[in-house]
Design a protein around this ligand. Sequence first.
Ligand code: KPL
Length: 301
Amino acid sequence: MNWHILGAGAIGCLWALRMRQADLNVTLINRTLQAPYDQLIKIKTQFQTHSINVKVESATETTPIQHLLITTKSYDTLSAVASVAHRLSHSCQIVLLQNGYGHQQQLIKTYPHLPIWLASTTAGAWRHSPYTIECVSEGTTLIGSMQPHAEEFPDGWSRLRPQIVLSDNIDHVLWKKLAINCAINPLTAYWGCKNGQLLDKPELKIQMQQVCQEIEALSALKGMRPFSPPLFELTCDIALKTAENHSSMLQDIRANKKTEIDDMTGYICKEAKHLNLDVPMNAELYAKIQGMSLSKLESRP
Ligand code: KPL
C-alpha cells in the first residue's frame, strides 16, 4: 500500500516516518519538481534520530494515486489537490492533516465522490532545515469523517503509532484545534518565543487567556458544544506539552513565508463580525501578524 504525501513540512515528514514504521510505502509529491529522486529525511525525536529515504516525485506524473495525505498549509489545499487531480483513482482515499478551519468543507464540496477524512494533531514538530525535523512531542491525533464511510480508518492508519484516535465529532475537534492555535501561534510569532515561554510571562499569559475567553463567547453564540476543560486550560496544557516547539506561525515568519493567520485568527474575526461580537484581542493579534507578514514581504529583494 502506498501513501502519497503533499506537503513536506514538519508534519508531512513526521508522518512519512510514522507510515514507514507501520510498513506503509510513502512517496512525497513536489509540485515544482521535474525528475523523481530519493530524499533522505532526518527526524530527531526525544530518544533517537531516525533517517529514512523517501521517493520524491512530481505532481505531473501519471501513475494513479490511491491514498493521499495532505499536510500543506491550509490556504494551499485546493490548489495542491488540483495539481494531482488527473492522478486520483475513482476511490482515492484523502486525509487532511492541517491547521485551520473551513477549507476542509470546501474540499469535500469539490470532490464529493471521494472518501475524505479529517485529522488533527497536537504533535509538536519543527523544521531545522528542509527535510531535517525535530519532534518535541508526539501529541495526540484524532481522525474522523463528515461523510458516511464504510471503514472507520483510512487504509493502514490503524497501524500508525502513537495510535490514532477515532472521533465521532471531528468538526468539534478541528474547532478546538483552531481555538488552541489562535491562542498560541500569533503570540509566539509576534514575540518570537517558544510555545512554553507563553506560560512564563504573566503579560502573555493574560493575552492568551483573553483570546480564549473571546473564542468561548463566539462558540456559545454559534451554539457549539462548550470546551471541556475550559479553553484556557486546554491551551496551557498544549503549550506545556509542546513547550520546546517553535509554533508553525513563528517558523513561517522566520522563513519569510505566508502565515496561516487568515485561516486562524482571521477566521475567528470574520465569524465574530458576522455575529456582531467584539473580539478585541484576536483583532489586535490579527492586525499585528498581518503587519509583520507585510513588512517581511516588503523587505524582500
Ligand atoms: O499546531 C501547532 C502549531 O504550531 O501549529 C501547535 C500544537 C501549537 C504546536 O506548536
